[in-house]
Design a protein around this ligand. Structure first.
Ligand code: DX5
Ligand code: ZN
Length: 216
């Protein structure tokens, strides 16, 4: 399967979102990644539903929403109403993860579970068959443009093994510091979906950068 690309809107031009979404719509991007931060779970605040709803109206690509908030189960129905395809919740933010995954499915979305860099893959043993995707953070969440944490490569390999051994169909997505040096190594380690923010949006020709990432 070709690598899927999910550009992160966090690095887009917020005064000209329509322009960046047009670029995404006309590019080979597979999804659009939306980062919701609450200033509690992570030390930053980004955007919430007014922005997701506006983006959903104009974006032709499936929305891959990454909630960096405490108790994200409070917003499952509201997220489903936007038409989002994937709702990613952090393992560290969910007390009853099994219930949350099922509620996301009942609301008609795919369910992703996200791991912070310090959370080991083995903690997913009992949910791996229920999730559609595991999102591995390759930076500490909260900001775009941070340096890639090297240990992620080994972590992706461990997750690939867990998925194969369990018979799960979960995709592996990686988020943070994905650029020309790290992307090929991640794909080789077994990643299905690459999130990339600053590398795409700060490049001279973002659509060409998306094209190049897709070739991996
Ligand atoms: C970070 C966010 C990322 C961010 C990635 O907390 O989850 O999606 O936009 O940005 P880059 O690709 O610049 O590291
Ligand atoms: Zn993200």
């Amino acid at each position: 399967m070709a690598t899927l690309i999910s550009p992160s809107l966090l690095s887009a031009d917020f005064l000209n979102l329509q322009k960046d979404i047009d670029m995404i719509n006309n590019s080979e991007a597979d999804w659009l990644h939306l980062d919701v931060m609450d200033g509690v779970f992570v030390p930053n605040i980004s955007f919430g539903f007014p922005v997701i709803e506006a983006v959903a109206k104009t974006c032709k690509k499936p929305l891959d929403v990454h909630f960096m908030i405490t108790a994200p189960e409070r917003y499952i129905k509201q997220t489903a109403k936007t038409g989002a395809m994937m709702m990613n919740v952090h393992f560290e933010a969910c007390t009853h993860l099994n219930r949350t995954i099922h509620e996301i499915h009942e609301a008609g979305m795919k369910a992703g579970v996200t791991l912070n860099p310090s959370t080991p893959v083995c903690l997913l043993e009992d949910v791996i068959k229920d999730v559609d995707m595991v999102l591995i953070m390759s930076v500490n969440p909260g900001f775009g443009g941070q340096a890639f944490i090297e240990n992620t490569i080994d972590k992706v390999k461990r997750l690939r093994r867990l998925i194969e051994e369990s018979g799960s169909k979960a995709l592996i997505e990686v988020d943070g510091g994905v650029q020309s040096q790290t992307a090929p190594r991640l794909v080789e380690a077994g990643v299905d979906v690459l999130v990339s923010g600053s590398y795409i949006f700060k490049s001279k020709d973002p659509a060409a950068t998306i094209h190049d990432l897709k070739q991996l």
